[in-house]
Design a protein around this ligand. Sequence first.
Ligand code: PLP
Length: 400
Amino acid sequence: MSQWQDRAAKVYMTTNKRVPLTIERGKGVWVWDDSGKKYLDFVGGWAVNSLGHCHPAITKTLIAQSKKLIQTSNQFYTIPQVQLGELLVKNSCMDQVFFCNSGAEANEGAIKLARKYGKLKRNGAYEIISTEGSFHGRTLAAVAATGNVHYQENFLPMPSGFVHVPYNDIEAVMSATTEKTCAVLIEPIQGENGVIVPSKEYMQQLRKWCDEKGLLLMFDEVQTGIGRLGTLFGYEAFGVEPDVMTLAKGLGGGVPIGAFMAKKHAAVLTPGDHGTTFGGNPLACAVGYTVVDYVIKRKVLANAKKSGARLTKGLQKLQKKHRFVTEVRGQGLLQAIQFKDDISGDVLTAAIKNGLLLNAPRPNTLRFMPPLVITTPEVDEGMKRLDTAIGEVAKAKGLK
Ligand SMILES: *Cc1c(COP(=O)(O)O)cnc(C)c1O
């Protein structure tokens, strides 16, 4: 344990199970720990570092904007906030945007918007249907929307008004819909649940059902948005347009920013309904603009598709070699493998030893979400290190 971990143990609230690794600096898809050891980063700040670590375009924007204006409150207009808003509206199916600081906050805002929508347009309906295994963030309403008791049980009672149904099951949504329902909230791919991909048909049926019943279809694109699936937004990959979408993680490339967006008919919030002190500050918005502009103009989506396909191939090759890998799944640069046994923690530890950072959302699942700018040789290097790590664990545990 490095001195930093000892010192942290004395002062941190232990809310996170941390890996015993202190990261000191990063460049592109690589990071270095406090002893100078180099790692290939397939965690990417939890699908945040879309352009890699300390991308020169982001650094340049941070320096320039920090000399101009960092924050001034939403009592006034700022130029970067307008520019990022226009860029997102122009390149999505949405008409309006509200900026905040995180994914949970974006979902809180969307939940409030849905409730107001229900009040105005659905006779006071307030219930939101979300899915089992979903993850929507850690604030109370976001946790209530999250379909996983593990995140809820220590904090009961939960805010009411949330109904959970199985994912990828249109009948379940249909039978849960009542006159109290105002919206359906769903992740295009369940990320924290281990990269669970729904069928295109399900997503299209959801759209049809919400249209029929006058419900808002809300996509939590906090993880899938801004190129993660090889399309700028996850909904594009399914050929379905939501009425509301939330963004965060990849939007700032590492600088905290979130947003929720709505189509005109769903944009029901009016002055006094919602607000934020830091949300939409010029520093974060200038960086958000740089990231989204870079992703659109510099062929980052094509790269995410290409490197994503390479990653799928590499993982499938590993599956053929290590037969206890039971599944490879995902899309673009959000992928996962599942093991027959609960060994993802062991593989993660072995991978660190071999200079590769991984994420284990479940005891039997590893998730891969490297920067969107990762090259195919870098993907191959990651697969080589992963192969070694899996081989070491297999040998130690006698797995075949
Ligand atoms: C990470 C995540 C959130 C929460 O975002 P925070 O910025 O941690 O609040 C919400 N929804 C999804 C789908 C996520 O992946």
